[in-house]
Design a protein around this ligand. Structure first.
Ligand code: NAD
Length: 274
């Protein structure tokens, strides 16, 4: 008998589902039979994924939400519970932002922006998700952190610090949820060429200097990607949105029922041993 992951009859909430990895996760959960509710800061992106999922013959819904705003998150979670007729089985917080400014030149508002979305955001989602799941005595919360949070690097300092904090929230959340049958895990995506990576390539081309406004051509981005990024990954290629979505669905499934407080890197060996 093979292993099959079936989310039929389950309700899944994904934040940051408007594009990139969050969108891939939302589509993968729908493909496994789930009803999918989504939150995203940009409404047009979120609604277009609702249409994609409905086109697959699944139920989907959307609430505009900035995860750094607690009222938005409270409303999103409550709307998702209503959508699930009183039950919410899985929450994935994929919303996140990049900062490509060198720490020595970055501004206070930039630091606040990144910490609010990447740290306060998952904390808000954990807070409201745990309340609902504690009451229903089951559930899964997955926080999308980053391999950048595994240790401080010479680049992307504030982003990496924010993701280290997100990883810490996974560990605390797991201990808080365990007595109530709620699992909390982290996903650490490796290197996936989403729009976020184009921002990093631009930062790289500009020497991480926020005052450098030089235009970066698509050709320059591709050259940096090949020379300085993709070739450094031990398996010899970047990961895809599907790779990350498969691991996320697995972590939320009953096959992972004994896994909580764990952060799973899907990075082709990039942070092996860290
Ligand atoms: N792409 C990678 O290589 C990579 C690597 C490691 C970690 N990650 C993490 O994966 C997650 C998704 O990254 P991505 O590459 O898909 O990025 P992306 O920029 O392509 O997509 C992010 C999505 O989140 C939404 N969003 C941004 N801020 C939000 C907010 N405050 N509230 C609600 N929605 C918001 C955006 O509208 C967008 O739809 C992020 O948390 C990122 O840090 C990505």
């Amino acid at each position: 008998m093979g292993m099959t992951i079936d989310f039929t009859g389950k309700t899944v909430l994904v934040t940051g589902a408007g594009r990139g990895l969050g969108r891939n996760m939302a589509l993968q959960f729908a493909d496994c039979g789930a009803d999918v509710y989504m939150g995203n800061r940009k409404e047009d992106q979120g609604l277009s994924v609702v249409r994609e999922i409905e086109g697959m013959g699944r139920r989907a819904g959307f609430t505009r939400c900035d995860v750094s705003n607690e009222e938005d998150v409270a409303k999103l979670v409550s709307d998702a519970v209503d959508f699930g007729n009183g039950t919410l089985d899985v929450i994935v917080n994929a919303a996140g932002v990049m900062s490509v400014e060198d720490l020595m030149y970055t501004s206070d508002p930039e630091m606040e922006r990144v910490l609010n979305i990447n740290v306060v955001g998952p904390a808000n989602v954990l807070k409201h998700g745990l309340k609902v799941m504690k009451a229903q005595h089951h559930g899964n919360i997955i926080i999308v952190s980053s391999i950048g949070g595994r240790d401080g690097g010479s680049m992307l300092q504030i982003y990496s610090a924010s993701k280290a904090a997100a990883t810490s929230l996974v560990q605390s959340g797991a201990k808080m949820g365990a007595p109530y049958g709620v699992r909390v895990n982290g996903i650490l995506p490796g290197i996936i060429r989403t729009a976020m990576w184009d921002q990093i390539l631009d930062g790289m081309a500009r020497g991480w200097d926020p005052s450098n406004k030089q235009e970066v051509t698509p050709e320059k981005r591709d050259e940096l990607w090949e020379k300085s990024v993709a070739s450094m990954i031990p398996v010899g290629h970047a990961q895809t949105g599907k790779d990350i979505a498969y691991a996320t669905v697995f972590m939320a499934s009953d096959y992972a029922s004994e896994i909580t407080g764990e952060c799973l890197a899907i990075d082709g060996g990039t942070t092996s041993g860290r």
